[in-house]
Design a protein around this ligand. Structure first.
Ligand SMILES: [Zn+2]
Length: 321
């Protein structure tokens, strides 16, 4: 029992720390969802009340609590304080706990950071139909970096995920332009799916997109506006799909079950850098896999292993039977 407590403890400590960090990050995310679309600098001066312009005191900037104790209003002018702050603060805290509970302690902070970044992208896209490359491109870089450091599935899978994600949406957008003569996808969509692919690997792309489609259908149904030509924030939906695929998809399973990534980052980076020099070989080898998946994999699994090995005149050991 004591042994079990020792194993569980680090996860709980990490989850609590990430929840607390999430509260503060949520405040900042709330600020950015207003400042970025307005073209204001990321960081500027003290936060002010939107009603009377009074600078807020540190006591009024405590996540969630300030809002609750002030009954969601400014102390001086009683202008309503934006609900987005307490919502995003609790949301980001939840993401921290979620990451800490599901992923090994060494990977959980990166997972939480991924979630927080996705929230920022999702809110801006939902409110403004805008996917700034200043947000999606760094997320691609972060996804590649986390796999360079040894996170599952592998660096090669991550590179393939980013490339396929970008290519699929760029191709779709081009097709739509040719067929319909107008823009059907935003220019920010390909880098967004590339960012998701860089995190979940190419294996996680299909689950992520399916989840996004499911969420989109649900949203459209709830809002009762399932008509041709309905505009949905694709980036918001992909953010949700990408988050769930990272946690519960092929890569997430590996991260949760094997605890891979634990304290092996330096070795993984060295191995990956060595591997990069020989990357073209394995990449070319995998092309049929990538194109024919899942048909190729299903076939290979269905085929009796003994027959594969004994198909020729030689047995498994290379000698004639
Ligand atoms: Zn005020």
């Amino acid at each position: 029992m004591f042994g079990r407590a020792l194993i569980v403890a680090p996860s709980i400590i990490v989850a609590v720390a990430l929840a607390a960090t999430g509260l503060a990050v949520g405040s900042f995310v709330g600020l950015l969802t207003i400042r970025l679309p307005a073209g204001l600098p990321w960081i500027s001066g003290r936060s002010k009340c939107g009603g009377c312009g009074r600078s807020l005191t540190p006591g009024e900037l405590v996540p969630v609590l300030s809002w609750v104790f002030a009954h969601g209003r400014c102390r001086t002018c009683s202008a309503p304080a934006p609900l987005r702050y307490p919502l995003l603060e609790t949301g980001c805290a939840t993401i921290g706990v979620w990451a800490g509970v599901l992923h090994a302690p060494s990977l959980a902070p990166a997972t939480a950071a991924f979630g927080w970044w996705l929230v920022l992208i999702a809110v801006i896209d939902a409110e403004h139909f805008w996917l700034p490359r200043a947000l999606t491109l760094p997320l691609i870089g972060a996804g590649l970096a986390i796999h360079l450091a040894g996170a599952p599935p592998s660096l090669l899978d991550s590179v393939a995920g980013a490339a396929i994600g970008w290519a699929v949406l760029a191709l779709l957008a081009a097709l739509y332009r040719v067929l319909r003569g107008r823009q059907g996808l935003g220019g920010g969509d390909p880098p967004m799916l590339a960012a998701v692919g860089a995190w979940v690997g190419w294996q996680g792309l299909a689950p992520a997109v399916l989840l996004a489609c499911g969420a989109g259908l649900a949203l459209a149904t709830v809002q009762g506006r399932l008509r041709v030509g309905t505009k949905l924030p694709l980036g918001t939906l992909l953010a949700l799909g990408g988050w769930l695929a990272w946690l519960y998809g092929p890569a997430g399973d590996q991260a949760a079950l094997t605890g891979a990534f634990r304290a092996s980052a330096p070795r993984a980076i060295a191995e990956n850098v060595r591997g990069l020099r020989t990357l073209p070989g394995p990449l070319v080898n995998r092309i049929p896999d990538l194109l024919l998946w899942p048909a190729a994999r299903a076939l290979r699994e269905a085929w009796p292993r003994e027959q594969l090995h004994r198909a020729g005149p030689w047995g498994e050991d290379g000698r004639a039977d």
